[in-house]
Write a protein that binds this ligand. Structure first.
Ligand code: GLN
Length: 486
């Protein structure tokens, strides 16, 4: 029999419904794969083997149900998502020992759709970072080459999917944290439109930027998961009431005939490494061969996006992270003399260096003397960036751009210079500023590094169905990069 873990989510879900596989054997296969690969990959912070086995056994007793689209399908979750009764750390010491009393909206949805939750995946502390190296607990390694980073901040999610430990994972994307690790690990990932997926139960980083979305091994697999997790939720005031489409059923395009892809001039200038440029150029040629029309568009404020994003993200983070005070959740400092000292010691001990840096910078840009110069200005530029995206999308069906200027880098090689890390997000974060959906998919392997290169499709707000359908057609035209030999 074929190795269960090498099947796509779509194939495994179908086999489960037909009783060709049981939930128990599928879960056992993933747990076995996890046990075999974790010593090298370290994608997971918590593995709930017993919980997963008993859930699978319960599902088998009930029998498959076509109304449950993920019946028996094993998944992992970024550890920034609240899971009832299962430790949730956000990759931070400050939440060490914290067990939530409720499930995030998306976790409720996954459970209700019949998914089996295997455990919680590693991430940069509070999702702040691009390589998962800011996790307070462990360093995750890229399944394609274990000397390299899986990307971040949803690096554990991407690595667990790429290593075949699960069929999909949920991540969160504030400035690229689904798309960039998906791209560096050769997976597919989508950041939905802001408001499409409820953030209820996602530990907040930058609330006006954060979106939850799936990482999986194909566009179709992502579409299936997105159909389950999207939808209105009154517990998130920014959640959108528009009805959810069946995104997998909407993958109707067979080719790219009649599709106009806009290439933002500013994204293809300098900054891309030669191998990323070559892989993107080859992918664009394939798109053209499939009938796509490529048009050049311009996003003139691209240069300002990084500064704008980091001001807004840090401002929101400084406010969101005020709740971690040693009283309400997780870790509390011992031997303190008064309340002030309790706060100071708990936060000093609990937060890592990058988180502290961002809280300080965020508090600074919001302080009364500097608010107008930084935060207000950033909010204005954000609007300009959004308007430019909307204008560019009037000229085409989707924009097409690289995900990351580089392929996965060696672990430890970039940790000394935070600014250099911030610059890596140039191609992803303006989507979060403008709220638009972005789909990352593998374009090929870098000719020098042999590591995956990702391409990004950027769609119109709430038109994920069309974006995924274009992505599905493009995916067929692109070379199959295969699986990492892990
Ligand atoms: N790398 C970016 C940051 O550090 C984006 C992270 C994310 O999307 N969560 O803020």
């Amino acid at each position: 029999m074929t190795d269960i873990c090498s099947l796509s989510l779509t194939a495994v879900a179908t086999a489960l419904q037909k009783k060709e596989l049981s939930a128990a054997e599928t879960t056992a296969a993933c747990l076995e794969r996890m046990a075999a690969t974790e010593p090298e990959i370290a994608a997971m912070l918590t593995v709930d083997a017993d919980g997963a086995r008993s859930r699978a056994a319960e599902l088998d007793r009930q029998g498959p149900d076509p109304a449950l689209p993920l019946w028996g399908v094993p998944v992992t979750l970024k550890d920034a998502l609240s899971t009832k009764g299962l430790a949730t750390t956000a990759g931070s010491r400050i939440l060490e020992g914290f067990t939530p009393i409720y499930d995030a909206f998306v976790v409720e949805k996954l459970r209700a759709a019949g998914a089996v939750i295997l455990g919680k995946a590693n991430l940069d502390e509070f999702a702040m970072g691009s390589g998962t190296e800011n996790s307070a607990y462990k360093k995750t390694r890229n399944p394609w080459n274990t000397a390299k980073t899986p990307g971040g901040s949803s690096g554990g999610s991407a690595a667990s999917v790429a290593a075949g430990q699960c069929f999909a994972s949920l991540g969160s994307d504030t400035g690229g944290s689904i798309r960039q690790p998906a791209s560096l690990c050769g997976c597919v990932g989508i950041k939905p439109t802001y408001g499409r997926v409820s953030r209820y139960g996602l530990i907040a980083y930058g609330s006006s930027l954060d979106q939850i979305g799936p990482l999986a091994r194909s566009v179709e697999d992502c579409a299936r998961v997105l159909t389950v997790i999207a939808g209105h939720d009154p517990r998130d005031a920014t959640s959108d009431p528009r009805p959810v489409q069946d995104y997998a059923a909407a993958l109707t395009r067979c080719d790219l005939k009649g599709v106009r892809l806009g290439l933002p001039r500013e994204f293809f200038k300098d900054g891309l490494t030669p191998e990323v440029r070559a892989a993107c150029d080859a992918a664009l040629q394939k798109a053209r061969d499939q009938g796509a029309e490529l048009v050049e568009v311009s996003l003139p404020h691209t240069d300002a996006a990084i500064a704008t994003y980091y001001i807004i993200a840090m401002a929101e983070a400084s406010s969101n992270l005020a709740r971690f005070d040693g009283v309400r959740y997780g870790r509390r400092a011992a031997n303190v003399k008064n309340l002030e000292e309790l706060y100071v010691k708990s936060r000093s001990e609990g937060f890592g260096q990058e988180v502290k840096r961002r809280i300080m910078l965020g508090a600074y840009v919001l302080s009364s003397g500097y608010y107008d110069a930084y935060y207000r200005k950033a909010a204005q530029v954000r609007r300009l960036i959004r308007d430019e995206y909307l204008a560019a999308l009037e000229l085409c069906d989707a924009l097409c751009a690289p995900v990351s200027p580089v392929t996965a880098w060696d672990l430890g090689s970039h940790t000394a210079d935070p600014l250099q890390m911030y610059l890596m997000d140039a191609y992803t974060l303006s989507l979060n500023l403008s709220g638009l959906p972005g789909l990352a998919l593998p374009a090929g392997l870098g000719r020098e590094s042999g590591m995956p290169v990702g391409l990004q499709l950027i769609g119109k707000a709430f038109e994920e169905a069309d974006l995924l359908s274009i992505g599905h057609a493009l995916e067929r035209a692109l070379p199959h990069i295969g699986r990492p030999q892990i």
